[in-house]
Design a protein around this ligand. Structure first.
Ligand code: UT7
Length: 329
């Protein structure tokens, strides 16, 4: 019997209409277009004024089901990666399944911050590879503005809202997900965190007054770890699969900072024309960046292309996925 791989057979994304530019931010906090552009590569980001993460996910999933001609009732499982769920519980995956009519599916949320999509993709792939399921939807979505402090210039300029979804189906032609390396180090939890709202610091007047429900980041520290680990794990997955830089068609890096993306591509020996970049228009959408990249670049992808996805984020979490693209669009 031929080995079953989990192949991405469709991708769709959604970003809210409202654009917040660097110039707009400079009117709110002490920053400038020059600082944001040179330090991060971001020019603008999208802001969701009404609705929740499940609504971003719903737009993406409706687009996905339509373009892949999939009946929502045929979806077996929905794994949704996010750090901005609609509620602490029930899960946003449950909400999404209801809204999108995927009522035969079960699902769950997965929290691995910016690495959420590769964690979820690797997890979803297992259910396909075992032959257990035929259709798994993997979503990466975040409404980061729901946890951003617009008095903190070190974080509010970086993040934006958006997300995307892919369909995983079995493939017996050797296309699809071939390998993944996933890592975590909880010692990094202090450097990128939303301190309140969980069981350690439940919501109280004090947590609100101390602005503890917002993202806190020690940027320099996270940067150091991100540069090293994202580059290393991307090189490691290439070596493990005997891939040279010539073999790679595309690098799909988490969009946190153009300097981290460049360092990863350099370590892999990959030229800039093979690197998916959309940070300039969406900023860092946390779990949303990787499916949004695939969505933006889908028309350029060819069946059989070797693609490496890699990410680093809060936790710390990081990793890389190696896949062979399964279709021409
Ligand atoms: O996606 C999850 C993982 N997250 C990441 O990978 C993010 C990793 N970190 C980074 O991308 C970068 O560290 C940042 C973009 C967050 C910051 O860039 P940096 O080059 O590390 O700047 P810095 O934090 O060292 O700050 C340099 C200066 C400081 O001023 P002083 O102390 O030198 O006077 C900051 O106060 O820039 C100042 N600064 C700003 N200035 C204008 C910080 N934020 C801003 C701002 N506008 N928005």
């Amino acid at each position: 019997m031929k080995k079953i791989h989990a192949a991405i057979t469709g991708v769709s994304g959604f970003v809210p209409e409202h654009v917040l530019s660097n110039e707009d931010l400079a009117k709110i906090v002490d920053t400038s277009d020059e600082w944001i552009t040179t330090r991060t590569g971001i020019k603008e980001r999208r802001i969701m004024r009404e609705g929740a993460s499940s609504d971003i996910a719903l737009h993406a999933v409706q687009g996905l089901l339509k373009k892949t001609n999939t009946d929502p009732l045929d979806v077996d499982l929905v794994i949704l990666a996010t750090v901005t769920p609609d509620f602490p519980f029930p899960s946003t995956s449950n909400v999404l399944c209801d809204k999108a009519g995927m009522t035969n599916a079960w699902g769950f949320d997965l929290n691995a911050a910016c690495s959420g999509f590769i964690y979820a993709l690797s997890t979803g792939a297992q259910f396909i590879e075992t032959g257990r399921y035929k259709k798994v939807v993997v979503v990466g979505v975040d409404k980061m503005t729901s946890i951003l402090d617009y008095q903190d210039r070190t974080t509010c300029v970086i993040f934006g809202d958006g997300g995307g979804a892919v369909l995983l189906e079995p493939n017996e032609e050797g296309l699809g997900i071939h390998d993944f390396i996933l890592r975590s180090d909880g010692a990094g939890r202090h450097y990128l965190v939303q301190p309140a709202g969980g069981s350690l610091n439940p919501a109280s007047v004090e947590t609100v007054e101390n602005r503890m429900h917002y993202v806190k980041q020690e940027g320099k520290h996270v940067f150091k770890f991100a540069v090293t680990n994202m580059a290393e794990v991307s090189a490691e997955i290439m070596e493990k699969n005997q891939l040279t830089s010539d073999d790679i068609a595309w690098l799909v890096p988490h969009q946190a900072n153009l300097r981290i993306i460049d360092a990863t591509a350099d370590r892999m020996g990959i030229t800039k024309d093979k690197v998916m970049i959309n940070i300039q228009k969406y900023g860092n959408t946390t779990a949303g960046t990787l499916p949004l990249c695939l969505w933006d670049y889908e028309s350029q992808l060819k069946k059989g292309d070797n693609i490496i996805l890699s990410a680093f984020g809060g936790g710390f979490t990081w990793g890389a996925v190696y896949l062979k693209w399964a279709y021409n669009s």
